[in-house]
Design a protein around this ligand. Structure first.
Ligand code: GLP
Length: 266
């Protein structure tokens, strides 16, 4: 696992955006006959990354014409036009601002489906039809959930219906008039296995409130209690984090990753 510690949220986002942009550009130079398959998250963590990617796209430095995206998750029962649906979030914060993203290349689980099982199976099949995901960017919850894979979800899980914990509904209630009961109780989500099947996984972890989750991801045991810890078993996992999130790491771990990434910080 690679852990890239940046001074603050903005720098973390710049680093992650540069990393993703480089991957897409290299892919387009080397094998443009095949699209680049990019997994994407919602939440406040990726917003700065989306802003940077939009800037590059508008400046003509990065094209999304050959990119196919798959989003991590969607609330069950929220229509596209609901301003808290992840469909709305993604269009509002990212897709609507890109000059060459093809709408037919955007994949987001349909939270209004009346057959969640079929919806999720079709999503997995579609990912597979492209030969899998090249790079999955993610964020994590304060309880370490990756996508909506709450504690004790199997680390080999695939895309499916998930129940949200009370904790997550409380945390996410900030977007629902601070009322946890207004937060949908269920969601559709890619599985931990779906994410870890990706060639690379890049997870953003920022702020004091994620410090325990970062420590569990990097230093804890691999355990379904912290589903993010599955990343330790992935051969291409990168954590991009900020100083604020490092509060629960041991000094040794912190120094190790700063030392090994020194050239990145020059
Ligand atoms: C939600 C999403 C997750 C996201 C998490 C963290 O619960 N389902 O995919 O990673 O929130 O969000 P934030 O980045 O706002 O802390």
């Amino acid at each position: 696992m690679r852990v890239v510690i940046q001074d603050n949220y903005d720098k973390m986002c710049q680093w992650a955006a540069n990393y993703i942009a480089d991957k897409i550009c290299k892919h387009n130079e080397e094998e443009s006959s095949r699209p680049f398959i990019l997994g994407l998250p919602t939440g406040s963590s990726p917003i700065g990354v989306y802003k940077e990617l939009i800037k590059k796209n508008k400046a003509g430095e990065l094209s999304f014409a050959n990119v196919v995206t798959f989003n991590m998750d969607e609330y069950l029962g929220l229509p596209h036009e609901h301003d808290q649906s992840y469909w709305y979030f993604m269009h509002d914060n990212f897709f609507n601002h890109l000059v060459d993203m093809k709408p037919e290349n955007i994949n987001i689980l349909n939270g209004m489906t009346d057959d969640p099982e079929a919806e999720c199976a079709a999503y997995e099949e579609k990912i597979e039809s492209y030969g899998g995901i090249d790079l999955f960017m993610g964020g994590i919850g304060v309880d370490g959930h990756l996508a909506f894979n709450e504690p004790f979800t199997s680390l080999t899980s695939r895309t499916g219906l998930r129940d949200l914990t009370t904790d997550t509904r409380i945390v996410n209630s900030r977007f629902f008039d601070n009322d946890p009961n207004k937060v949908p109780a269920q969601a559709l989500s890619v599985g931990i296995g779906t994410v870890t099947d990706s060639k690379e996984v890049l997870v953003l972890i920022s702020g004091h409130n994620k410090a325990r989750a970062l420590a569990a991801t990097v230093e804890g045991n691999v355990s379904h209690k912290w589903t993010c810890s599955a990343l330790q078993m992935h051969n291409g996992a990168i954590i991009a984090c900020d100083e604020e999130a490092c509060g629960e790491l041991t000094v040794d771990t912190y120094k190790y990753f700063l030392d090994i990434e020194k050239k990145e910080r020059l």
